[in-house]
Design a protein around this ligand. Structure first.
Ligand code: NAD
Ligand code: UGA
Length: 458
């Protein structure tokens, strides 16, 4: 089969895998190769057991794999043949040296730039898909264009806005695709070439073009705004608990104002996921490095509020369970940071589990998709935590259950059966406000939602 464009994606993770699978599925004329240094991940992408759980992804991969979608560890060969290279490697928070705990760790990123340079025999379009600090494209272009072979690279920013659990839908029907480039003839031509690929299935007016710095900063801004809404509603949830207001009623009342809108107003035990905290801290670091301390403080408070909400949840459990959970079995239902993913990165369930362990509780964790990741995350406390696939077994003999992830199956569990097998008084803490609290109270539970009056039998 002949292809008119060859795309390579470096990094076969939660973003690289699904994004490239959808491009390949929608553009049979484009050859898409995805590469990673992690052989196990690549083997899994080539198997029927994909390395990430994402609804609908197996069908998309199944349609394109072997036709125009390929997964390989041969980065060098992939670079040589590619016209366009997407870089989708991880950009975690730096854990050492200058900026530790806030700045982005760009070591994987820079390594890829050098690899591209070493293996390129002609000019290419290099696309930042990873979330990066504003002005990273400058560093990337300098490394790539420092060659003495006269090879010219165009560096674009095409940040990804997909959310886990809905990645396939978000990629197939995006609100927008954003592509930034230098405002030079070469830069504009490069961004048009990438825009043309997306326009195969995305309406043209949703493919936004911008200067490269705006594109980079828009991604950090979008995540900061989304997280800020959650911290704002969570701040109000604490006030609701003190005043007998109901957070879902407040969210509905404000969300019907078209200027505010209804989305991302669900109060919870806290936001998790690999990006919100990391990207906000990155923004904070950038603001600080430009001397904009008030800007930095403002955004950092979004993260502080989230940490407070997680800690508050543990405190609510502790104080209502007679100020001690030591030795008490507590079942956490859900460990994924949200429903429909097996991803547990920065999950609020981790913070809650550790808070309870610090109080010497006996913690049992259940989750339909994330137990393997939960085991890995809690390796350092092995022996102190139990893992149980079956939520009924997890809850048997427990003093309390706590909903940590909004998995739909938790809405329809047989709570009469669960209650019957628990120690009494039985406590239920709904960290996602997904259950029918009045019905559970009638079953016999003492129910503690987020941002609503607790329903207690004593
Ligand atoms: P991930 O850790 O799942 O995947 C990154 C992959 O890159 C890993 O498999 C790693 O082995 C590989 N890698 C690292 N260095 C490499 C190299 N030199 N050569 C080849 N492969 C290499 O990360 P992710 O969740 O896919 O996130 C990637 C980027 O996308 C991050 O910047 C993140 O902020 C951003 N992002 C993530 C999401 C999300 O939902 N997870 C959404 C939007 C944006
Ligand atoms: C988020 C953004 O939504 C994506 O647009 C972005 O691309 C991505 O981060 C990224 O850059 O990684 P994701 O973290 O996958 O996506 O999932 P979200 O749906 O945003 O949920 C994040 C966290 O907030 C979850 O823990 C979720 O349970 C929580 N949340 C979300 C709430 O507590 N309340 C809400 O109203 C919404």
């Amino acid at each position: 089969m002949s292809f008119d464009t060859r795309i390579l994606c470096i990094g076969a993770g939660y973003v690289g895998g699904p994004t490239m699978a959808v491009i390949a599925d929608r553009c049979p004329h484009v050859k898409v190769t995805v590469t990673d240094i992690n052989r196990q991940r690549i083997d899994a992408w080539n198997s029927n057991d994909l390395p990430i759980y994402e609804p609908g992804l197996d069908l998309v991969v199944g349609r394109a794999r072997g036709r125009n979608l390929f997964f390989t560890t041969d980065v060098a060969a992939g670079i040589r043949e590619a016209d366009i290279i997407f870089v989708s490697v991880n950009t975690p928070t730096k854990a050492f040296g200058e900026g530790a705990g806030k700045a982005a760790d760009l070591q994987y990123w820079e390594k890829t730039a050098r690899e591209i340079l070493a293996n390129s025999e002609r000019g290419k379009i290099v696309v930042e898909k990873s979330t990066l600090p504003v002005r990273t494209a400058d560093a990337m272009a300098r490394i790539l264009n420092s060659n003495s072979r006269g090879i010219r690279f165009e560096v674009l920013s095409n940040p990804e806005f997909l959310a886990e659990g809905t990645a396939v839908r978000d990629l197939e029907l995006p609100d927008r695709v954003l592509i930034g480039s230098e405002e030079t003839p070469g830069g504009i031509a490069a961004r048009r070439a990438v825009a043309d690929i997306y326009a195969t299935w995305v309406p043209r007016e949703r493919v936004l073009e911008a200067n490269v710095w705006s594109a980079e900063l828009s991604k950090l801004t979008a995540n900061a705004f989304l997280a800020q809404r959650i911290s704002s509603i969570n701040a109000m949830s604490a006030l609701c608990e003190k005043t007998e207001a109901d957070i879902d009623e407040v969210a509905h009342a404000i969300g019907t104002d078209s200027r505010i809108g209804p989305k991302f107003l669900k109060a919870s035990v806290g936001f998790g996921g690999s990006c919100f905290k990391k990207d906000i801290l990155n923004l904070v670091y950038i603001a600080e490095s430009y001397g904009l301390h008030e800007v930095a403080d403002y955004w950092e408070s979004v993260v502080r509020m989230n940490e407070w909400q997680e800690a508050r949840f543990v405190r609510t459990m502790l104080t209502n369970m007679f100020n001690t959970v030591a030795g008490k079995r507590i079942a956490l239902l859900g460990f994924a940071f949200k429903a429909d993913t097996g991803d547990t990165r920065e999950s609020p369930a981790d913070a809650v589990a550790r808070g309870l362990l610090a109080e010497r509780a006996h913690v049992v964790i259940s989750d339909p998709k994330a137990l393997a990741n939960a085991r890995r995350d809690l390796e350092d406390v092995t022996g102190q935590v139990e893992f149980e696939d079956d939520p009924y077994k997890a809850a048997a003999g427990a003093h309390a259950i706590a909903i940590m992830t909004e998995w739909s199956e938790y809405r329809t569990l047989d709570y009469n059966r669960i209650y019957a097998a628990m120690e009494k008084p039985a406590f239920l803490f709904d960290g996602r406000n997904i259950l029918d609290h009045r019905a559970l109270f009638d079953v016999g539970f003492n129910v503690f939602p987020i941002g609503k009056v607790a329903l207690k039998h004593f």
